[in-house]
Write a protein that binds this ligand. Structure first.
Ligand code: ATP
Ligand code: MG
Length: 375
């Protein structure tokens, strides 16, 4: 668990959405350098409104984990995180009993019972056996903790629910998924023998904000598990959206670096036959490297040096080495969508690709690319 900052005010995203302040929530998230896709953000708001968990599927590096992390950072929420892996046990996610402490408790009570007479001893031991299952001996896993914290937060007007991230749930497996069905549906975790019977709260507004991610790689999620969620698929962003994200993620990068990185990666995505194509994660890494190293242009050698950021198999590296001329051409050439976007943001960049009215010869001092009247 990553606790919230007790010295900072908390914002409850559910309350914002229910009081029609979606825009404020969007801006808070953008303030963290995360630029949500409009459709995905709207789905997230529906999950908040309905009290249902939110299931995000999509390609690697498309921002599935970063979204709930950005929400938590923006609103100062506690984060409970379950990272999917083989062999993950129900006790690690939900709850377990501290057997050692329970044994010690019983031994202590047995010692004191020895001083008592027959019926008193029996009553004392019966009480001790019942109290062996009290809350103090319960060890909550991340999901148990999140439901417990959410129920407590609901009773405190200044508090906000935690975010529970069930990351890479396709690695959980069927039996773990089954054990999560009840809390996801009802908001409570029933614990046999526990004094009080359960943790959490059945009130929809007292649930944690649950975000489940899946790469759809390891296991297919079971229909009952999926049906307990609002569903979104994170697609590869458009070039314009990717530019927006890149400039939010690397505010220190120059326009030339931004252009070089996105054109290069767009070119790589256009090469047929690669085993794996670079995602947003790779384009952010390439741009950060260009910004760090002050790279604004590339030659063969420079390009190969940065291969390690976006071509991650030997065969793909070999294939791309045969395409160096093509990649350098697309990385430095005019691309109407990219240069149009950058030209609007940076007038100096716009002048580089001067507007040429139809029918006129290109002026000799520039490359004569058309980017439209508004550039
Ligand atoms: N919309 C976005 N705005 C800003 N940054 C983003 C956005 N989407 C992704 N990123 C960034 O891209 C990188 C990869 O994101 P993240 O780790 O969330 O991907 P993922 O979908 O969880 O991938 P995986 O399936 O491999 O776990 C992170 O640095 C993240 O901050
Ligand atoms: Mg992830």
């Amino acid at each position: 668990m990553i606790p919230h900052d007790p010295n900072r005010e908390q914002v409850d995203p559910r309350r914002l959405v229910l009081s029609d302040e979606k825009q404020r929530l969007y801006e808070l998230i953008c303030g963290q350098g995360y630029v949500p896709d409009g459709r995905n953000f709207s789905d997230f708001c529906e999950s908040l409104r309905s009290g249902r968990a939110w299931l995000i599927t999509g390609t690697r590096g498309s921002g599935k984990t970063a979204f709930p992390e950005a929400v938590a950072a923006a609103c100062n929420l506690t984060v409970c995180m379950v990272a999917g892996r083989d062999g993950l046990k129900q006790e690690e996610i939900l709850y377990d009993w501290d057997r050692e402490e329970q044994a010690e408790w019983m031994a202590e009570n047995l010692r004191s019972a020895k001083q008592l007479s027959g019926p008193e001893r029996d009553a004392h031991m019966a009480g001790a056996r019942r109290a062996k299952w009290k809350r103090e001996f319960l060890v909550l896993g991340e999901m148990g903790l999140a439901y417990d914290l959410a129920a407590r937060a609901a009773a405190d007007p200044g508090a906000a629910p935690p975010v529970l991230i069930l990351d890479e749930s396709d690695k959980f497996g069927a039996s773990l998924e089954d054990s999560l069905l009840m809390p996801l549906e009802r908001g409570v975790i029933h614990i046999p023998r526990l004094v009080g019977g359960s943790i959490g709260s059945a009130d929809g507004k007292s649930k944690p904000i649950v975000v489940t991610t899946s790469n759809d790689l390891r296991h297919k999620l079971s229909p009952p598990f999926v049906s307990r969620h609002i569903f979104s698929r994170f697609a590869t962003p458009s070039l314009e959206k990717e530019l927006e994200i890149l400039s939010a993620r690397c505010p220190s990068a120059s326009t030339a670096q931004l252009a070089l990185a996105i054109k290069l990666l767009d070119g790589v995505r256009g090469v047929a036959g690669l085993e794996d194509y670079p995602s947003l994660r790779e384009s952010i890494d390439v741009l950060a490297a260009f910004a760090r190293d002050g790279v604004e242009e590339l030659d063969d050698e420079g390009l190969i040096r940065y291969f390690c950021y976006f071509v991650k198999t030997g065969e793909s590296q070999e294939l791309l080495k045969l395409q160096l001329d093509y990649l350098l051409m697309v990385a430095t050439g005019f691309q109407p969508e990219i240069d149009g976007w950058l030209g609007k943001r940076d007038p100096e960049w716009g002048k580089r690709w001067t507007f040429r009215p139809p029918g006129r010869n290109p002026p000799p001092e520039n490359d004569g690319f058309d980017i439209g009247e508004d550039a």
